[in-house]
Design a protein around this ligand. Structure first.
Ligand SMILES: NC(=O)C1=CN([C@@H]2O[C@H](COP(=O)(O)OP(=O)(O)OC[C@H]3O[C@@H](n4cnc5c(N)ncnc54)[C@H](O)[C@@H]3O)[C@@H](O)[C@H]2O)C=CC1
Ligand SMILES: O=C(O)C(=O)[C@H](O)COP(=O)(O)O
Length: 407
C-alpha cells in the first residue's frame, strides 16, 4: 500500500477527503483519489466538511442535514456495519452516494462472543457443550456465529423475521421461542426504530421476564436494542444469570450502575479487530472507486499479513484441562476479554459523566491491535483429537503440522 501519491488517471482533479482519524490506513487506501485530511471525530463539523467531496466516518459521527447541508460532499462512507448514525433518507434526497462495510468486522464480533462464552463457562465452571444458543439477527455476524457454535457442541436456534420473509426459509424460530428455550441469547440486529421489525428496546422488561432465569444475555449490537433500565432492575433481582454488554444506551456515557451489574463490560470494541478495521477501510475505497466508475480493486494482501509484533503461534494448554477451560486458555492468547473488561471497569468507577465519556472514547481510540483468530495457528499434534473440530471450525484457528510451525 505504501508508495508515492499517484492520482488515479481516470480522475479530473484530486478529491478532498475528510476521514475520521481512527479509520486506519485511510491515507494509504484513498491516496489515489486525492488529498486525505484525517480529523478527530469531534472535529468533523459542518465547517470542516463544507468543502470536501468525500466524507469517511465511524459510528460516532451523526451524518445528517445538520452536518451536510450546504456542503459539496458527494460520497459518504462509514467504516461500520451498523448505519443507525446515518440519515439515509437525507442522503438520498440530496443525491449523495453512501457505502458502508457490512461483514468487514463480522469475524471480530463472532470472536468476541466466543471469548465471552468461554470466559463465562470458566468462571461458572460449567461446560458450553450441550447448551442451546439463541441468535437474534442472523446476518453477517449472527449467520457466521450460527455456523461456528455447533462445532463447540452448542445447539443453535436462529431468529430473523426479516430474513425469514426474504428467503422463505423455515428454519427460523420466533423471539418467543428463543426467550423460552435458549440458555444463551445473543443479539446481532441493527438498531431500527420504525417498521414491522423495529429493534429499539426489543429486549424490554417483558422480554427480560420471559428469559430463562439461568440464561446468559449478550448484546454486541447497539445499546438501545436492550432497555437498560429494565435490565438493571432485572439484574438487581439476579436475572438473567449472566450478562455481557459491549454496547450501551447513552454511549459514550453508559450508566455506571449497569456496568457494575454485568459480568463482562466493554466499551463498544467487539468489532475492533485489526483485520476487521483494515477490511472496512478497503471496502470503502472499493465502493468509492465503483461510484466514480474507476477500475480499482483494493489490495489487502500486504496489510492482512502478520504484522511486526504479532504473536500468532499458539501455545497448547495443558491437555488435562476440561474442554471449556482448554479452549478458554487458547482463546486468551488471541483475545483476552477479561482484560478489556478490567480496563473498562476501572475507568467507569469514578469521575463525572463527562470524564467517563472521555475515557470511554479514549479506550476505543487507543485500543490495542487484536488479530483475527483465523491468522493464528497451532501444532495439530498438541490439540487433543476430540477438540480439533472445536479449534478449527468453532474458533477458526489454523491446525498445522509441526514442519509448518517451524517455518
Ligand atoms: N459492537 C460492535 O463493535 C459491532 C456492532 N455491530 C452491530 O451489529 C449489527 C448487526 O451486524 P451485521 O450482522 O453485520 O448486520 P446484518 O445487516 O448483516 O445482519 C443483521 C440481521 O438482523 C436481522 N434483523 C433485523 N431486524 C430484526 C429483528 N427485529 N429480529 C431479528 N432479526 C432482525 C436482519 O434481517 C439481518 O439479517 C449492526 O447493525 C451493528 O449495529 C456490528 C459490528 C460491530
Ligand atoms: O461496525 C459497526 O457497526 C460497529 O459498531 C463498529 O465496530 C463500531 O466501530 P466505530 O466505528 O465506532 O469505531
Amino acid at each position: 500500500m505504501a508508495g508515492p501519491m499517484l492520482l488515479h488517471p481516470g480522475l479530473q482533479r484530486p478529491l478532498r477527503i475528510v476521514a475520521d482519524e481512527n479509520i486506519p490506513f485511510a491515507r494509504e487506501a484513498f491516496r489515489g483519489f486525492g488529498v486525505v485530511r484525517p480529523l478527530p471525530a469531534d472535529q468533523i463539523t459542518p465547517a470542516t466538511v463544507r468543502n470536501c467531496d468525500v466524507l469517511l466516518v465511524r459510528s460516532v459521527t451523526r451524518v445528517d442535514a445538520a452536518l451536510l447541508e450546504g456542503s459539496r460532499v458527494q460520497f459518504v462512507g462509514s467504516a461500520t456495519s451498523g448505519i443507525d448514525h446515518v440519515d439515509l433518507a437525507y442522503l438520498q434526497k440530496r443525491g449523495i452516494a453512501f457505502a458502508h462495510a457490512p461483514g468487514a468486522n463480522a469475524d471480530a464480533v463472532v470472536e468476541y462472543v466466543l471469548a465471552a462464552l468461554l470466559e463465562l463457562a470458566v468462571r461458572r465452571n460449567v461446560p458450553l457443550r450441550g447448551r442451546v444458543a439463541g441468535i437474534v439477527g442472523c446476518g453477517h455476524i449472527g449467520g457466521r456465529l450460527a455456523r461456528r457454535l455447533p462445532a463447540l457442541g452448542l445447539e443453535v436456534l436462529c431468529c430473523d423475521p426479516p430474513l425469514a420473509e426474504q428467503t422463505g426459509r423455515s428454519d427460523f424460530v420466533s423471539l418467543e421461542t428463543i426467550l423460552a428455550e435458549a440458555d444463551i441469547v445473543t443479539l446481532h440486529v441493527p438498531l431500527t426504530r420504525t417498521g414491522p421489525h423495529a429493534t429499539y428496546h426489543l429486549i424490554d422488561a417483558a422480554a427480560l421476564a420471559r428469559l430463562r432465569p439461568s440464561a446468559w444475555l449478550l448484546n454486541t449490537s447497539r445499546g438501545a436494542v436492550v432497555d437498560g433500565r429494565s435490565l438493571l432492575e432485572a439484574r438487581r433481582q439476579g436475572r438473567p444469570e449472566a450478562v455481557v454488554l459491549d454496547v450501551w444506551e447513552g454511549e459514550p456515557a453508559p450508566d455506571p450502575e449497569l456496568v457494575a451489574h454485568v459480568d463482562l463490560a466493554t466499551p463498544h470494541i467487539a468489532g475492533h479487530s485489526y483485520d476487521g478495521k483494515v477490511r472496512a477501510t478497503l471496502m470503502l475505497a472499493e465502493a468509492l472507486a465503483r461510484h466514480l466508475n474507476l477500475p480499482l480493486r483494493a489490495d489487502d494482501s500486504e496489510l492482512l499479513q502478520p504484522q511486526p509484533g504479532d504473536r500468532l503461534d499458539l501455545i497448547p494448554p495443558d491437555y488435562r484441562l476440561p474442554e471449556a477451560q482448554w479452549l478458554a486458555e487458547l482463546v486468551r492468547q488471541m483475545y483476552d476479554i477479561a482484560a478489556d473488561d478490567a480496563r473498562f471497569r476501572i475507568v467507569m468507577q469514578n469521575g463525572t459523566p463527562e470524564r467517563r465519556a472521555e475515557r470511554f472514547l479514549e479506550l476505543r481510540r487507543t485500543y490495542p491491535r487484536r488479530r483475527s483468530f483465523s491468522v493464528h495457528r497451532i501444532d495439530r499434534a498438541f490439540v487433543p483429537e476430540p477438540l480439533q473440530e472445536a479449534v478449527a471450525v468453532g474458533l477458526g484457528v489454523q491446525l498445522v503440522a509441526a514442519e509448518t510451525m517451524a517455518q
